[in-house]
Write a protein that binds this ligand. Structure first.
Ligand code: FES
Length: 169
């Protein structure tokens, strides 16, 4: 197969059978994306942040689900065993591999209540990335409505009528 997956750990996306070509959007040359480390690409009207971090690629919608700040310069840290980007604006923590929002709070079910991590569920849209012969392609994630969709143009703000911002062929 020509497909050589380069996916975030724990991704449920399987490149087999190979997706149809219309589902793959060209992102850039792998070597360029590695040297840039962080690249914002606009794909069919959607701005996606491509991150190269410690040998892995991640693709996450560029604008924070909280109030739309760019995640591009956010620090990356492992929190609660998940690699997260921290939004520069109000420090929301977002898992890079699945877009889960994480926060730390006191666990009132215990006494005295210890600080621990809680999940807000998936808040930020992330996309699988695929490498084909030295080039990276994004397979747009299209399912449902995710809060970060709101900051991806007018289509994202009318989620009662649309379920995704990408055309799905
Ligand atoms: S805009 Fe990202 S934390 Fe507020």
């Amino acid at each position: 197969s020509l497909l050589s997956p380069s996916l975030p750990p724990h991704s449920s996306f399987s490149p087999s059978p190979p997706p149809s070509s219309y589902e793959l959007l060209f992102v850039g040359k792998k070597e360029d994306l590695i040297s840039a480390q962080r690249t914002v690409v606009s794909l069919q009207g959607r701005d996606v942040l491509i991150i190269y971090h410690e040998g892995e690629f991640y693709a996450i919608d560029s604008y924070c689900y909280h109030s739309g700040s760019s995640l591009e310069t956010g620090d990356i840290e492992e929190l609660n065993n998940k690699l997260c980007i921290i939004c520069p604006k109000h420090k929301y923590k977002i898992s890079l591999c699945d877009g889960e929002g994480l926060y730390r709070a006191r666990d009132r079910s215990q006494s005295p209540p210890p600080l621990r991590w809680f999940s807000k569920g998936v808040k930020q849209r992330v996309h699988p990335i695929i490498e084909i012969q030295g080039e990276l392609y994004l397979r747009p994630a299209t399912s449902g409505y995710i809060e970060s969709d709101y900051y991806q143009g007018e289509q994202g703000k009318t989620h009662d009528e649309v379920t995704c911002v990408f055309p799905v062929g």
